[in-house]
Design a protein around this ligand. Structure first.
Ligand SMILES: C[S@@+](CC[C@H](N)C(=O)[O-])C[C@H]1O[C@@H](n2cnc3c(N)ncnc32)[C@H](O)[C@@H]1O
Length: 388
């Protein structure tokens, strides 16, 4: 059994795990369980992954502390190499000093057996992803991060990390790209991974991912890095030029070796050249707002976005084989009370009339597939559908 520590918008991470591994279940507000080993670098919505080594029913921290000291006191006694250990605790109401106490006790037990232990200090109960990543925790036998997670049912899982998100590589992919465009938007690579994974699910990597609104090419870039071939189109010639430059950089710098095609085209009328097996895109999101727009402005922008995205879906539907999966990021507007205004096309009957149905997800409600930062008015809603 394996555990993932989910990212800030945990519904997205959970849905991504379900699509990539076939099934997943929520364990706590910040974690999920899957049956297969998790490759953290392929996921945008999880921060850390680990292999479960024990699950203790309704446990207190005191019991967990004792079990950890016994387990690792036995496992690591008389090793001929030094262990670096980090401990992260999720959901139990304890202080960082409680974790340090357990670590120091283990250190003493191990010292008596001639094994030396370097403890990573906890400034908070959870080591942040940067600390885990920079210390290479989970990536070799002598660099260990123990993840202690209390579930919604009160039980506690103790897992050994198999790695944390590579935040250095993600930042380099985001900020190192030669062509960026603040007006078109800055799709974070993590969100691009989520969009691709929600579309492609368990598709094999010989598949081609189509992005009909490719902009500066973040989704095609991430698709290449996940091992897919990719095909990007955009209305603006300038965006195709930008994508060309960015993908050629990704090929040279990031060693993204798949095949890519890029052509100019209006998503409302283009006839895409096969083959393509899944569609992953961040569609037209309308203009950005720093405060919720007036009702009449919202009506205008919403109508405009709905028209473009509906026309795109109507155009692409007859070009897709039945069952072809799509994940389309579309806008949803957040009002001051925190509620969302969605596009009319998200209604089941509207989707059905266009030839699509939602891909059923058991772990999350489709309305929860929203990505936004606290200060943002325009959220991205991830529409996960398939051709009927
Ligand atoms: C939100 S941006 C996508 C940004 C992209 N994810 C990136 O990595 O830069 C939307 C893109 O849709 C394009 N677009 C707008 N209307 C379009 C249409 N009718 N057909 C194709 N592309 C369109 C815009 O030129 C813009 O690049």
């Amino acid at each position: 059994m394996f555990i993932a520590i989910l990212g800030r918008q945990s519904h997205l991470g959970l849905a991504e795990l379900e699509r990539v591994y076939g099934s997943a279940s929520r364990f706590s507000g910040t974690s999920a369980i899957v049956e297969s080993p998790i490759d953290i670098q392929r996921l945008g919505g999880s921060l850390k992954a680990g292999r479960v080594i024990m699950q203790i029913p309704r446990a207190s921290w005191r019991q967990v502390h004792t079990k950890i000291v016994h387990h690792y006191g036995d496992t690591w006694g008389a090793l001929d190499y030094k262990i670096t250990l980090g401990i992260s605790v999720y959901g139990l109401r304890i202080a960082p000093r409680d974790i340090q106490r357990a670590g120091l006790e283990l250190k003493k037990v191990l010292k008596a057996q001639d094994t030396s232990l370097r403890l990573i200090p906890n400034s908070s109960v959870e080591l942040n992803t940067a600390t885990s990543h920079h210390n290479k925790l989970g990536l070799s036998a002598n660099k260990v991060e123990v993840l202690v997670v209390q579930g919604n049912d009160g039980s506690v899982i103790v897992a050994e990390s198999t790695g944390a998100q590579n935040i250095t590589a993600l930042a380099a992919r985001d900020q190192g790209r030669p062509k960026r465009d603040a007006f078109v938007g800055m799709l974070p690579p993590k969100l691009a991974q989520i969009i691709i994974n929600l579309a492609a699910g368990q598709a094999n990597t010989s598949s081609t991912i189509l992005d009909p609104f490719c902009g500066t090419g973040v989704i095609p870039q991430e698709a290449l890095l996940l091992g897919y071939d990719t095909y990007g189109t955009d209305l603006a010639d300038k965006m195709i030029d930008y994508s060309q430059i960015n993908l050629s950089w990704a090929r040279d710098t990031l060693h993204a070796h798949g095949n890519y095609r890029l052509t100019q085209g209006d998503a409302m009328t283009t006839k895409w050249q096969p083959p393509f097996d899944a569609v992953a895109c961040e569609s037209y999101l309308g203009q950005p707002f720093s405060a919720p727009p007036s009702p009449s402005k919202l009506r205008e922008v919403r109508g405009n976005c709905n028209h473009i995205i509906t026309s795109f879906l109507r155009n692409i539907a007859p070009q897709l084989k039945s069952g072809t999966p799509l994940c389309v990021a579309i806008p949803a507007w957040r009002s001051t009370d925190g509620s969302f205004t969605h596009l009319p096309l998200t209604q089941q009957q509207e989707l059905q009339a266009l030839g699509f149905a939602r891909i059923p997800l058991t772990t999350v409600s489709s309305r929860d597939l929203l990505y936004y930062r606290e200060e943002q008015v325009v959220a991205r809603e991830l529409l996960v559908i398939q051709k009927i």
